[in-house]
Ligand binder design. Structure first.
Ligand SMILES: Cc1ncc(COP(=O)(O)O)c(C=O)c1O
Length: 341
């Protein structure tokens, strides 16, 4: 029996149809702006997110970091939620590449009042001025939770009132849209920059987009070159992304249902606690009363791959390469591993 890999939704492999789209892609030199497939992908992403323009980049990290660098100056501050990916998992890029520092809110999501309280003005010589308020939707380390839409709109409005920009790390915005039964455009409304990933739940082998105004995207295009992200016949990858956008968005509902089934199967097992109210999308955080690493190893020995995200916490992520049966089998393996540990 093949392994059930729930470490991340980044582990998917391109489907046969996606591989055909890749093989047939029309390509050109994208640094010269001559790759027709990359152009089509950028236009489609801008249309879906509701921005003037978009830029294809190799990774979600590059999408976030170029967008933040373009909107900050060294010494500026980026205000963000707890355990934000741009802070926790991007190699210190905000400090190393943008020269920005961070101010982290206590919660994964936060309120407009909290933004106002934490905001630091550029009129104070002691302060590193808040240039950008960054939110993550869905929030990865928060367990794939979706922002409340009214709260999100208030946070964006507060950022703008204070003179800051608003950035959305929407690596899994597609999941948030499906879970919230709304469009990606609805969730991206008002943001100055939005990053979205093609290589998570959408199942493309690589690629992300920065969406924003024409002016911002031009600045990001220059920064992309500076960071070594200018690729040539990149339509090969863009074709996979276009295929993913057209064929893999609606099916994310299956991943969400599978995550819920897994969570409900495990929630009341001895030694396990899961906050079912926070299982909004395809990520399940499983809290243990014992160290996570031996449980992860025991699961691996039974062909189930999960990750430890804290000393006593395991994360399982559903995606298009695992079906309902595989998720339920994984739940039994995790439960047995916890019971035996
Ligand atoms: C919320 C979030 N933002 C950004 C990224 C970065 O994407 P990449 O791995 O393509 O750099 C990830 C990756 O998992 C993520 O979960």
């Amino acid at each position: 029996m093949s392994a059930v890999d729930l470490r991340s939704d980044t582990v998917t492999r391109p489907t046969a149809a996606m591989r055909r789209a890749i093989a047939e892609a029309e390509v050109g030199d994208d640094v010269y702006g001559e790759d027709p497939t990359a152009r089509r992908l950028e236009e489609r992403a801008a249309e879906l997110i509701g921005t003037e323009a978009a830029l294809f980049v190799p990774s979600g990290t590059m999408a976030n970091q170029l967008a933040l660098r373009a909107q900050t100056r060294p010494g500026d501050e980026v205000l963000l939620g707890r355990d934000a990916h741009v802070w926790r998992h991007e190699g210190g890029a905000l400090a190393a590449l943008a020269g920005a520092q961070t101010n982290m809110m206590p919660g994964h999501t936060f309120t407009a009042a909290e933004v106002r309280a934490a905001f630091r003005t550029n009129q104070d010589v002691h302060a590193s001025p808040t240039a950008v308020v960054a939110v993550e939707n869905t929030h990865n380390m928060g367990g794939g939770i979706c922002w409340d839409r009214a709260q999100l709109a208030e946070v964006v409005a507060a950022a703008h009132e204070l003179g800051a920009r608003a950035h959305l790390d929407g690596a899994r915005l597609w999941n948030a849209a499906v879970a919230g039964r709304c469009s990606e455009r609805d969730l991206a409304a008002g943001f100055d920059s939005v990053s979205v990933c093609l290589s998570k739940g959408l199942g493309a082998p690589a690629g992300s987009l920065i969406c924003g105004s024409r002016d911002l995207i031009f600045q990001c295009r220059r920064l992309r070159k500076m960071h070594g992200g200018g690729m040539r016949q990149v339509g090969i990858l863009a074709a996979a992304g276009l295929h993913a956008l057209e064929h893999h968005r609606a099916r994310l509902a299956d991943d969400h249902a599978n995550a819920r089934a897994l969570a409900e199967t495990l929630a009341h097992r001895p030694g396990i606690s899961i906050d079912l109210a926070r299982v909004h999308t395809n990520i399940v955080m499983i809290d243990l009363q014992r160290p996570a690493e031996p449980v992860v190893a025991a699961c691996r020995a039974q062909g189930v791959l999960v990750g430890a995200t804290a000393a006593q916490r395991i994360r399982a992520v559903t995606h298009l390469d695992v079906d309902r049966d595989a998720c339920l089998r994984a739940a039994q393996v995790v439960a047995a591993a916890v019971a035996a540990a």
